[in-house]
Design a protein around this ligand. Structure first.
Ligand SMILES: N=c1c2ncn([C@@H]3O[C@H](COP(=O)(O)OP(=O)(O)OP(=O)(O)O)[C@@H](O)[C@H]3O)c2ncn1[C@@H]1O[C@H](COP(=O)(O)O)[C@@H](O)[C@H]1O
Length: 94
């Protein structure tokens, strides 16, 4: 899991730097309202996650959770934060 998160975060950071035209991630960084779009997605996906959980739809829970994690990592990158910032907070709670 840690490897997947690190790899995904590295890809997100790369998209932020190189801004390829065909990249959804890059479009979020390039667009003036990209941060708002990410925040809206997080809100929508959280609602969808709640509904999926209520339905006991485990596939849909996994799908929505993945959407949330992806957009959460994009948000961390937009705030010039590192995955280590999230890890440190989680570690501090153990
Ligand atoms: N994990 C993701 C990921 N999760 C979601 N999304 C995109 O986020 C957008 C919004 O997600 P939604 O599920 O809301 O999309 P939707 O199907 O339009 O749904 P609705 O809005 O209709 O509800 C879609 O365009 C998805 O493709 C993602 N886009 C990219 N990644 C990762 O980022 C990498 C780089 O992607 P690019 O930046 O596109 O090269 C990829 O290889 C993936 O690993």
């Amino acid at each position: 899991m840690e490897d997947v998160l690190e790899e995904l975060f590295d890809v997100i950071e790369d998209r932020k730097e190189t801004l390829p035209e065909d990249s959804y991630t890059a479009s979020l960084f390039a667009h003036e309202k990209g941060e708002n779009a990410v925040l809206e997605k997080l809100g929508e996906e959280t609602t969808e996650l709640v509904l999926a959980a209520k339905d006991d739809d485990r596939d849909e829970v996994a799908y929505e959770a993945a959407d949330i994690v992806y957009h959460l990592l994009v948000l961390l990158s937009m705030k010039d934060m590192e995955l280590a910032d999230l890890e440190a907070e989680l570690e501090a709670r153990r």
